[in-house]
Design a protein around this ligand. Sequence first.
Ligand SMILES: Cc1cc2nc3c(=O)[nH]c(=O)nc-3n(C[C@H](O)[C@H](O)[C@H](O)COP(=O)(O)O)c2cc1C
Length: 405
Amino acid sequence: MPVAHGLHRREALRQLSAFLLASPLAVGADKPELTDSTQLANVFDFRDLARRLLDPVAFDYMAEGGKDEISLAENRLAFRRVILRPRFLTDVHEISVSTELLGREMDSPIFVCPAGGKNCFRRDGEEETARGAALANAMYISNGGVEEFLASGDAPGHWWQYTTGGQFLTENTMLDFVERLEDSNCTGICFTVDNMLVSHRERSIHNGLVRTWCNLGAIPRDEDGNLVRSPSDRTWITGEYPGRVSPTPTWDTVKQLRDMTDLKIMLKGLMIGEDVEKAVAVGADAVVVSNHGARQLDHTGSTIEALPECVEAASGRMPVLVDGGFRRGTDVLKALAMGATAVGVARPYLWGLTCFGSEGVARVLHLLKTELALDMGMSGVANIADIDASLVRRRNWSYEGGLQP
Ligand SMILES: Cc1cc2nc3c(=O)[nH]c(=O)nc-3n(C[C@H](O)[C@H](O)[C@H](O)COP(=O)(O)O)c2cc1C
């Protein structure tokens, strides 16, 4: 009986929460043994559980945005400014969320964004993520360090390698990078363009985070729960004049990369139509409209707000992908209706990773995919190809009136 079933699940979730709340979650305390990710109803349940399981310094590092976190809130708020226009009495008994990106079939338009520092959420975080993406058969953008796994038969079939251009300093290093990827099963290069300088993430600055901690492993604490620092550790501080020792990449770098390889090139982090025009001109294959999960420049507005001008600038010449604040099937549906080809997530799968490793990653991706299918069905569309601009109505983008995230 559905009601009894619902009650049973709610009771199970309540008991799980009560157990977790009762358990000592101070750092170093025994972590609760979790075995069943299906008790969690949506990605926010994973977030709440991840918050309880993680060292607060690690959770803040994952959750935070740049400076005042205005864009962080707006990435979510802006979805309230796009309303669905459902159509009824269409046949939706069979719904397919499969789609195509650059000639490759995707089981779902939802993909795994790159994220650094996964080891402070879960041991072997990158490999666990790759495994989870493979379990979900989702497109995966790798942060690297898992080459052996990617060469194994268990890796996701559709993976990209992320870079911020560290390998593009000389022609030789660029060539090495490209050749290594060409010899693997890699689909292409995801070149992130929005973090040549790293913003102030002030939660981590206040917490005294040492940035290498999250690359190496867990947050180090002694038995009393105090952070353990070594003399060589550099905490994140403000008041330093920004600069880099070598020149940062430019559009010419992308041109040089284009001339060097037939691998697909995706530029991630664009927010304006003019940059999409340039991406087309230099021969990139795709762009990701992204504000880096609002972790870089603040006050950029949301990505769903930037999407229309980027789609218009691309005018069908290249796929436009988007990420930032996607937590629900309806969020994904809105972006597809506004012209996106695919939608990326980071924090949601990181919550899954924290709680259940690769299975958590796969479960979160599955939840988003099934929500999307259900929301499509309830909107009267059975296939991704049937989603178009008539499915949404846009309200004015203003946030006045005190909308809460
Ligand atoms: C902890 C964390 C680390 C990230 N590291 C990277 C990175 O190394 N490279 C990159 O291009 N984007 C990085 N991002 C941004 C994501 O790829 C993505 O653009 C964004 O987080 C998507 O928004 P969402 O987290 O709200 O889903 C990171 C995001 C988070 C949360």
